[in-house]
Ligand binder design. Structure first.
Ligand code: NAP
Length: 246
């Protein structure tokens, strides 16, 4: 595909999403990035303005169906039709199951799993019409390994992998690939919330003896987003410094 591709990255205001947006901009993609509010939108504009590749920085709450519907209406009005979708936005609400509240379960399932269904469905028609598409879902090592205190998050991220494999089979004949990237322990705000003790415990499990950098996840996503990755679909690429070998 030689035509410039338009890539939509959810949660592009920080961490892995921002690194991915910057990586794809450097690789020649045009970018739509989303954030939950004005501060994040400003952060996307500040980070990407100089690349000349930012088409739009838009507000989106992926856990809210009405927000997603408004978002797609805005895209349609602006005639923005992404053929690359990076479902990156995600949240954690860690707790042991005995103490887990309904809203901790529901928030995590909506932002990490329900959102992927709605965002992907919303982008798929354009990709089918173009007979080309790249869908990359950001899952997690814990969706495969499990992790005490994260039954909600691990359930959502494991669901993402099942979703990825099933959709990959539905749309492969249309030139659309669907893959997942499973980061390990990456240095972002999400892991910044952990205590020093939790960080030490995690680092002890990692053969490379360090946290990953968001750019190292962006590089894997960037490859899957490229036309060269046409023969990889339904796959989960683990980027975790050897923390968990599948
Ligand atoms: P992060 O630094 O906490 O950034 C989260 C991003 O998601 C922000 O851009 C945030 O936007 C956005 N977001 C949060 N809730 C949202 C919502 N309801 N609607 C729309 N956007 C929302 O997280 P990260 O570490 O980069 O994580 C990115 C992805 O990687 C997530 O799916 C996460 O589960 C996955 N992951 C991370 C790690 C890790 O070690 N960091 C490991 C495995 C998997 P605002 O700035 O507007 O809040």
């Amino acid at each position: 595909m030689s035509k410039t591709q338009l890539a939509l990255i959810t949660g592009a205001s920080r961490g892995i999403g921002m690194a991915t947006a910057a990586y794809l901009a450097r690789a020649g993609f045009e970018i739509i990035g989303t954030a939950t509010g004005p501060t994040g939108i400003q952060a996307i504009e500040d980070a990407l303005a100089a690349t000349g590749r930012l088409r739009a920085a838009l507000q989106l709450d992926v856990s809210n169906a009405d927000s997603i519907a408004r978002f797609f209406a805005d895209l349609a009005q602006a005639e923005l039709n992404p053929t690359v979708l990076v479902n990156n936005a995600g949240v954690t609400r860690d707790n042991l199951l005995l103490r887990m509240k309904d809203d901790e379960w529901e928030t995590v399932i909506s932002a990490n799993l329900n959102a992927i269904f709605r965002l992907t469905r919303g982008c798929l028609k354009t990709m089918v019409k173009a007979r080309y598409g790249r869908i990359i879902n950001v899952t997690s090592v814990v969706g495969v390994s499990g992790n005490a205190g994260q039954s909600n998050y691990a359930a959502a991220k494991a669901g993402v992998i099942g979703f990825t494999k099933s959709l990959a089979q539905e749309v492969a004949s249309r030139g659309i690939t669907v893959n997942a990237v499973a980061p390990g322990f990456i240095d972002t705000d999400m892991t910044g919330k952990l205590t020093d003790q939790q960080k030490e415990g995690a680092l002890a499990q990692i053969p490379t003896k360090r946290m990953g950098h968001p750019d190292e996840i962006a590089a894997a996503i960037g490859f899957l987003a490229s036309s060269e990755a046409a023969y990889i679909t339904g796959e989960t690429i683990h980027v975790n410094g050897g923390m968990y070998m599948v």
